[in-house]
Structure formats: C-alpha cells, structure tokens
Write a protein that binds this ligand. Structure first.
Ligand SMILES: [Fe+2]
Length: 467
C-alpha cells in the first residue's frame, strides 16, 4: 500500500490525496439488482466478490489507513450479475463517529486494548463457511453473504489478541495461520486455526520490539514472520498521528517456525533493511524457503505520509523481490525480480504455501500521480521464466485495484482462471467489475459489470465461491 497509482485527480478542494478523486468516500449504501454487463460472465462463476476499503463516514480521516470500513460486493450466478451492494461494517467506531479511536480502544483499567473496537477496513477472508472483514488492530468482523454485519468473532473467546488482515489459508489443508501484533506486550502472538474454524494454538513469539507487521507468509511446513523496522513511536501515538516510524537501529529479519512449532523453534534470518507490506507467496525448495513479496527500501522515516508525488523517486516504489532462506546454512540470498512498481500481489488460493509459477499484481508505475491520458495496469509475473511479465492495460483514465485470481472449473494449467478487480472509470466517474482471462491477460476483458456509483480506491478483496 505504500505507493500507489492514484487516479489523475491529485488533490481537490485542498483535501489530502487520500480523500480526493476516487479516493474520496461514497456515502450511499446501495442495493442494485440486475446489473448491466458488457461482454459475458462465465457461467461457472457462482458466488460473490467482496472488496474492503477505508471510507470515512465523516468524509474525513487523518490517514488513508484509518477510515471506516466499507464493503463493496457483487453476486454472480448463471452468467448474470444479480446485485451490487455496498455497506459500512457496523463497528463501535462506526457507531461512535465523534469518539477518537483511543478513547474506545484503550481500556485504562486493564491497561489493555479492547479488540472489539475496529474499523474493519482492510481485507476480506472466507474461512470455515464464514466471511470476515479484517483490520489488523482488532478482532475480525463477521459478515453475511448480503454484506450485512453479524458482529465481531473471537473464536469462542480463545482469540485474545488482534488478528492480522493477512492471515493465510493453507492451499492443501484449509488450516488458517495468522498472528496478532501490538504496541503493548506481547508484541507478537501466532495463532493456528483448524480448517473448520477452531482456534487450536496461540503462541507468543519473541521479537525485538513493537513493530507494524502487516503481513506474513506460510509454506507447507512453516510459518514465516516479517520482523521489519517499522517501529511504534509512543510520542507520535500521543499526538494522534500514525504512531509508526522507520528505525535504522531495528534489524530486518525473517523468522521461520514449524507451523505447529513454538517460539524457541523460530529460526531467524537477517535480511537487508526493507519493508514488505505484502508477500506474494512462499514455498519450500530443497533446503531453502523461497519468499516472494513487494519490497520497499524503507517506509515512514520522517512521517507516515504515503509517498504520492508528481516527481517521485522510482527507487521508492514497491518492487517484486525474492528471498531464499537456507534452513541448513542459515544464509539468505535476495534478488530483485522487477524494477517497475507493483503491489497488491495475489496467487491462486489453492497454491498458498506451495510452489507457484504465476503472480498477479497491481502496477504502481513509479509511485507518482498518473496523468489523465494513461490508465492503470494489472501485471502477471511468470516466476518460472525469470520473472517475465505480461500486462493488461486498462483504457486511459481507468484504474484497477488489487487483482483476485478465481480458478476455472476443471483447470489444468495454473493460470486457467479469471482475474477480477473493480476498475474506476474516470471518464464517467463510475466503476465496473472487470473479469479477465488469466491465461491471456492482455486480451480484452471477458466481462465488465457496470456499477452505478463509483467504487472508491480500496485495499483488499476476494472471490468467495458458493462451493
Ligand atoms: Fe494489506
């Protein structure tokens, strides 16, 4: 999320970029049926696409990451787009719009956080027949298929920490691996949840301090923590800002632990200083653990502003990298796969933790403001072919979000499937759900499902199939 392609509008009315153009919130919660479609929706797509994002109900927020969560959903069946619904997640933050988060979040008597307090604005998870809206400071919030809020979920009282917005569901077993981090001890707690949704294990992991750990990654046998130098700054927290700063003194490390292991089993690997908001995937290759992710050379040295500039430094863009961690020798090798900006990486869910060939990302260009005569792009990496890439370029003034991969029925090849993303059409100030053929990504979309209001730029989405 660090640098992103911003629709052409820059700032308007003196508002910060994260509240301007298509980043500005929408306020109407619509239910629209029988959506207009250009092209044809593959009839095998039976289910719903949900996407989360920050959409402050007051119209304003101090930072891109902190607005109230709003879910945009589209239901598909039998080649038709049945409905579009957008709904705020009903959280204590939504219900108390005049309160500062810390007033609700910090329980002064217990000296602990109240994890029911959330904006639930970051991602969507389908697991064990439940749908969750996630935000990394809090418990997950369960949603209905119709995008209504059911309430927070704490795994029957067993979850006693926040839950990351980037848990991993094992592609083989359906087990859910996740963690919670905090600015108060314990700084990091790992959790393992069975395929049917029972929390089986919670394990405190020793780290050097409180950091923002946005993502992690898993392989068939291991869970991998990214302990990186985005460190909590209490002074900043008390002044109401985003309380995280880069530290040159905090080492960058990846920690590898057996999936059902303990703190003492974690093998730590020093890596070159960096920040990784999002991993693509990881897998085992002989003695090595291979991690792919979108690497930034640093974040938030002077402030937590997201880098958006008309004259950006290309080196500040997030780029696809590979780390190889040798479990026998303890050594690490690092390799840049692409020198163009890419973020919001995704693979087929069936390959989480297993060797993947392809990866799909949002092109972030050079991290600057894209001009009106350009459009955004989705990138497909072929990692078996040296990281070669193919692009889908959207029309001028059209900007996609994170690409979700949806497998085709009876798929033979890894890329037999579809890429789904909401696209903002600047020329009409509306949006559409785009469906691309993942095996021929540069071709015209198979379908564009028209959404009668714009879907603001958001964070993460997912397809949840009826099966
Ligand atoms: Fe994220």
């Amino acid at each position: 999320m660090a640098t992103t392609e911003i629709p052409d509008l820059g700032t308007d009315d003196g508002k910060p970029w994260h509240l301007s153009g298509n980043n500005a919130p929408v306020f109407d919660e619509l239910t629209v049926t029988d959506l207009e479609v250009k092209g044809s929706i593959p009839t095998e797509l039976q289910g719903r696409y949900f996407r989360n994002g920050a959409n402050p109900q007051s119209g304003t927020s101090d930072h891109w990451f902190v607005g109230d969560g709003m879910i945009h959903g589209v239901e598909l069946s039998n080649g038709k787009a049945n409905w579009y619904r957008n709904r705020y997640v009903r959280t204590p933050m939504f219900d108390n719009p005049d309160k500062e988060r810390m007033e609700l979040y910090l329980d002064m008597e217990k000296g602990a956080f109240n994890y029911e307090v959330s904006v639930a604005n970051t991602s969507i998870l389908g697991h064990a027949n439940k749908i969750f809206a996630l935000e990394e400071g809090s418990f997950p919030y369960e949603l209905s298929r119709d995008v209504e809020t059911i309430g927070y979920h704490d795994y029957g009282g067993k979850l006693t920490t926040a839950m990351t917005a980037h848990p991993k569901v094992c592609g083989e077993t359906g087990e859910l691996l996740m963690f919670g981090y905090s600015s108060l001890p314990p700084y990091l707690v790992y959790h393992r949840v069975s395929a049917d949704g029972e929390l089986l294990q919670s394990e405190e992991i020793t780290v050097g301090g409180p950091t923002m750990m946005h993502d992690f990654t898993v392989t068939r046998n291991h869970s991998i923590f990214l302990d990186l130098p985005a460190v909590f700054d209490m002074e900043e927290a008390m002044s109401g800002g985003m309380p995280i700063k880069w530290s040159d003194d905090y080492p960058s490390r990846f920690g590898v632990m057996p999936r059902a292991g303990k703190d003492s089993d974690v093998k730590w690997f020093d890596v070159n200083p960096c920040y990784v908001f999002h991993t693509l995937n990881s897998y085992e290759d002989g003695d090595e653990i291979v991690v792919n992710g979108c690497r930034l050379r640093e974040i938030w040295r002077n402030s937590s502003d997201i880098a958006v500039s008309s004259d950006p430094n290309p080196e500040d863009a997030p780029m696809m990298w590979e780390w190889r961690l040798n479990m026998e020798t303890g050594t690490v090798s690092e390799r840049q796969i692409d020198d163009r900006g890419s973020e919001f990486p995704k693979i087929p869910e069936s390959l989480v933790g297993l060797r993947n060939r392809y990866g799909y990302c949002l092109s972030t260009g050079d991290g600057g403001i894209t001009s009106e005569d350009e459009g955004g792009a989705t990138i497909k990496y072929d990692l078996a072919n040296g990281g070669a890439s193919e692009k889908h370029n959207y029309p001028a003034g059209h900007f996609p979000g994170e690409p979700s991969f949806v497998p085709a029925e009876g798929a033979v090849n890894e890329d037999d499937g579809y890429i789904m993303t909401f696209v903002y059409a600047g020329d009409t100030n509306t949006s559409y759900l785009s469906i691309l053929d993942a095996s021929n990504i540069s071709a015209n979309p198979l379908a564009e499902i028209h959404i009668p209001q714009r879907v603001p730029t958001g964070f993460h989405g997912t397809w949840i199939s009826d099966s």
